[in-house]
Ligand binder design. Sequence first.
Ligand SMILES: [Zn+2]
Length: 218
Amino acid sequence: MTQLIDISVVLHTGMVHWPGDPSVAITRTSDRARGDSATVSKLSMGSHTGTHMDAPLHFFRGGKGLEEMPLEATVGPARVIAIRHLRWITPDELRSHHVRRGERILFKTRNSTRCWKTNRFVEDFVYLSTEAARFLAARRVRAVGIDYLSVGGYRERNGVAVHRTLLGAGIWIMEGLDLSRVRPGRYELICLPLRVRTSDGAPARAILRPIPHVGRQQ
Ligand SMILES: [Zn+2]
């Protein structure tokens, strides 16, 4: 049995979110502990919080929402690539990993071990340079994932360019992954965003299944 690795972050009240986006509040509207007949909660959060996906609609008027995403985009073989650069992901570093057409690629940067420890927004997280986004668009990868809240930089302010480049090339974007417990390599990915109508973004559960080693012949 191979073990499944959960690469989603736990949603909770007061957790980190993109500056200016709605905060997260999960409250009980009824509670067995208070004598109600059942426990029920109200979830309130922005659509780009925690582990989530972006749809073309996020940056293109009339673009596709996540409810229209083909499930194959984020279910299937994937590769986790370790990014060494401490500031951003560059085309040079991507080139060394021989990124191929149709690949699902998750970038494990230092964000995974650094950024999720705090509920405060980390401004200098590792992100894609605009050139790296163009490189991925030209290579026609299928889906990309990053281990913090955006594929674009906060201080660099290249988020619009990076998102438009990727989404415009038909690349589906996973954000807010936690890859701290994942070694670089090949996996089976299952990442499923909630099916919300005309969704610019939606929370997702993301899982990796290690690909079992083929037994060596004696
Ligand atoms: Zn995004």
